[in-house]
Design a protein around this ligand. Structure first.
Ligand SMILES: [Zn+2]
Length: 168
């Protein structure tokens, strides 16, 4: 078992056997040790495990505000290109049955620019992978075109991450 599997169990078990005050001390120690981080949303303040990019509870980052549309913003994407992607993604989920995701996150590892990115939706901090992402131009014509436009502006680097907030 990896550390990321064990640590949540250990912390949960320690907390289970203590009162609130001791639990707070355990959480603080775990934060100081880097096993946990605290949500920056003042209304939430939930503890999240290392490796989670966004808060489980509210989907915010640790910096105390919602993560912006592009995170990290390594370059200034022209706003038009950005809006085109936002529109296309909102239209896509509007067609589907079910709630609009809070955000869609893209992780680029390889493939034809942003269109090759792994894509996950976020609902209240819960992630779900979209199998195949928006790679297929014939299925996701508008989104693919918008992603290609971003890529033409600047090709993403390996491991680059982008979050598109839909609920804001
Ligand atoms: Zn939170």
């Amino acid at each position: 078992m990896s550390e990321s599997d064990v640590v949540p169990r250990v912390i949960a078990r320690l907390v289970q056997h203590t009162d609130d005050r001791a639990a707070e001390v355990i959480h603080e120690a775990a934060c100081a040790a880097g096993y946990l981080w605290r949500c920056g949303n003042a209304d939430c303040r939930a503890h999240n495990y290392r490796g989670q990019r966004y808060c489980e509870g509210c989907g915010w980052g640790r910096s105390g505000r919602p993560v912006g549309d592009i995170t990290p913003s390594l370059y200034d994407v022209p706003k038009q290109k950005w809006r085109a992607l936002h529109r296309a993604v909102v239209a896509h989920f509007g067609q589907l049955d079910g709630p609009m995701p809070d955000a869609v996150v893209f992780d680029y590892f390889d493939g034809p620019g942003w269109r090759g990115a792994e894509v996950r939706t976020m609902h209240g901090g819960q992630c779900a992978e979209i199998a195949g992402g928006f790679r297929d131009r014939t299925v996701h014509e508008d989104i693919a075109a918008a992603l290609d436009a971003l890529t033409r502006f600047e090709k993403p680097a390996f491991g680059e991450h982008m979050r598109l907030v839909l609920s804001a």
